[in-house]
Design a protein around this ligand. Structure first.
Ligand SMILES: Cc1ncc(COP(=O)(O)O)c(C=O)c1O
Length: 383
């Protein structure tokens, strides 16, 4: 049976060149980057070269990149670290603005911070998943510490306008953080132009290894550490650095190509057009402000889970929400936020492609999807 992997928003295959770059850091160059001897320095050099590559990719200084264990940790560190610093320094500021369509690691951090005394504003989004810039501006108060808004959404692929949000934050004198796990290397990020003070990045969405990420923290932004130890990573994130993983992460960034993005856009559009030919289907998210690898469709009267199950039987992996949310049977908070009814939301399927996706895979998928949907609609009790 063919394997067609269309769940690249959950994670991606590690690129062969990434793996090749990592291997020596397990077997030969296994030193601890904090050791002063030559084995340690070998690892330290690799760590600093990787930091340089990642900083350059977002227009940051090398010293502004902190390595972490991934997107979840970076988002927790950004939100909690800033909140704790404000508490410790009695600034009187306790307000964070975010959106209703963030990844769970931002939403659940915010919910936890509410119990510690934070006030959180959750901005609504429109039918395409875009925030209102007016509402954002109105929500900022003298107590606002931070605006944290996801760049490219993991479920519906909507891309927010970083420049516009950044300029509002600059004008109002509040900090701006974005979770760029889904958009990194796919949509340009320039921390100076977009006035970004903090950016969350990770490796496993871009053909790098799992368990590695970074947080860009602009020089001079105070962050209180959330875990304590030997003072690694500018005393902000203690713990022996995952050198092999970090080398792989940097390699994944280095080999990312504009040509691959353009090809994904073409394949994504083939998918969207092909699927929308099936009657009674609807594209979720924005047609134009959309990640190159994301397709999310509602099929109305049939369950996304059933479509996914039938596709899986013929070797096609898709998803009905974010990878984390699929642990629960709850209706997606993102689809609810863009106005879908629970029935519409539960009839949705996310198809996320990668640079390895081919036209043949798209053809095979479209042929089989039309057949599966027709079959399921015939037996569906909801008409
Ligand atoms: C938008 C977004 N933020 C954060 C995360 C969490 O990243 P990680 O799996 O590296 O902890 C993910 C991935 O699941 C994501 O898609």
């Amino acid at each position: 049976m063919k394997l067609i992997y269309f769940d690249n928003a959950a994670t991606t295959r590690v690129d062969d060149d990434v793996l090749k770059a990592m291997i020596p850091y397990f077997t030969e160059k296994y030193g601890n980057a904090s050791s002063t001897h030559f084995k340690g320095q070998e690892a330290k050099n690799a760590l600093e070269d990787s930091r340089k590559t990642i900083a350059k990719a977002i227009g940051a200084k090398t010293s502004e990149i902190i390595f972490t264990s991934g997107g979840t940790e970076s988002n927790n560190l950004a939100l909690k670290g800033l909140f704790f610093w404000n508490q410790e320094n009695n600034t009187g500021k306790n307000h964070i603005i975010t959106t209703r369509i963030e990844h769970d690691c931002v939403l659940n951090s915010c919910r936890w911070l509410e119990k510690q005394g934070a006030k959180i504003t959750y901005l609504d989004v429109d039918a395409e998943g875009l925030i209102s810039l007016d509402e954002l501006e109105k929500a900022i108060t003298p107590k606002t510490i931070l605006v944290s808004i996801i760049h490219g959404n993991n479920e519906i692929g909507t891309i927010q306008n970083m420049e516009a949000i950044g300029s509002i934050c600059r004008k109002k004198g509040v900090l701006f953080h974005t979770d760029a796990c889904q958009s990194f290397t796919k949509v340009p990020i320039d921390v100076r132009k977009q006035n970004l003070n903090l950016v969350t990045l990770n490796s496993h969405k871009i053909h790098g290894p799992k368990g590695v990420g970074a947080l860009y923290i602009q020089e001079g932004i105070p962050i209180t550490p959330v875990s304590h130890g030997g003072g690694h990573e500018r005393k902000i994130r203690s713990g022996t650095e995952n050198v092999s993983g970090i080398v792989g992460f940097a390699k994944a960034v280095e080999i990312s190509k504009k040509k691959d993005i353009e090809n994904m856009i073409r394949l994504r559009d083939r998918l969207i057009e092909g699927i929308l030919r099936i009657p009674n289907t609807k594209l979720n998210g924005s047609r134009t402000k959309r990640l190159c690898n994301n397709v999310n469709i509602s099929f109305n009267n049939i369950e996304g889970e059933s479509i996914g199950g039938y596709l899986e039987q013929i070797g096609i992996c898709t998803s009905t929400g974010s990878a984390c949310a699929s642990h629960s049977l709850e209706t997606s908070h993102v689809l609810k936020s863009i106005g879908l009814t629970p029935i519409q939301a539960n009839s949705s399927l996310r198809i996320s492609i990668s640079k390895y996706t081919t036209d043949e895979e798209i053809n095979y998928f479209l042929e089989n999807l039309a057949r599966i949907v027709e079959k399921l609609r015939k037996i569906s009790p909801i008409k």
